[in-house]
Design a binder for this molecule. Structure first.
Ligand code: 5GP
Length: 182
């Protein structure tokens, strides 16, 4: 794993932003319960750190959404691969997403969860690639805006499903993109 990559966001930068977001959410939801819903799989690490920065009664539910096949460009098709296990009616729902690119995945999930009549619904997103947006999405907070590069690390995978365990968020260089595909 001596990769050829460029660090876009370092682990300490990530922790600092998450600490602040946790404080902000703690104030925002003071006195209320929150159902935190990470979108699997890319958001698992962000969500794990974020909930520990939130001093609130929190429950965690998972949703699985897939918009990519084996490719690194969005197919535009969203598939639900896992659904939540209890009713969201009258709950404060906090969707946790790794990255918003075209916006298709999050827009689909927001519409789906909105139809379950939650008390409130907000989305917090680790990375934003605004240059590629094709649909408008309502984002409560995005932690980092990045250029149109394919990034991996801190939960996000690359070719073959590798790279999620890197502590930083990095852009793979071309020659590295195919070296861990099996
Ligand atoms: P969207 O539907 O907004 O185009 O895509 C969102 C999903 O595509 C994200 O949840 C993520 O799984 C994937 N995605 C988009 N850009 C990247 C990227 O640069 N790296 C990785 N690993 N996944 C990405």
């Amino acid at each position: 794993m001596n990769a050829e990559y460029d660090v876009l966001v370092s682990a300490p930068e990530i922790s600092e932003k998450i600490r602040k977001l946790g404080e902000e959410l703690t104030e925002l939801y003071a006195g209320e319960e929150v159902v935190v819903i990470p979108l699997l799989r890319g958001a698992f690490m962000f969500a794990a750190d974020l909930i520990r920065a939130m001093n609130l009664p929190v429950r965690v539910e998972f949703l699985g959404a897939a918009s990519y096949g084996e490719e690194t460009v969005s197919s535009g098709e969203v598939r639900l691969t896992l659904d939540t296990s209890f009713p969201l009616h009258d709950k404060n729902v906090l969707i946790v997403e790794d990255i918003v690119d075209t916006g298709l995945t999050l827009a689909y999930i927001q519409k789906l969860l909105q139809s379950r009549n939650p008390r409130s619904i907000r989305s917090v997103v680790l990375l934003d690639k605004p240059s590629r947006r094709t649909v408008e999405v309502d984002l409560h907070r995005t932690l980092f805006t990045i250029p149109d590069k394919f990034v991996v690390g801190y939960g996000l995978d690359g070719p073959g499903g590798f790279w999620r365990n890197l502590p930083d968020i990095v852009a793979l260089r071309e020659e590295t993109e195919n070296t861990h595909s099996e």
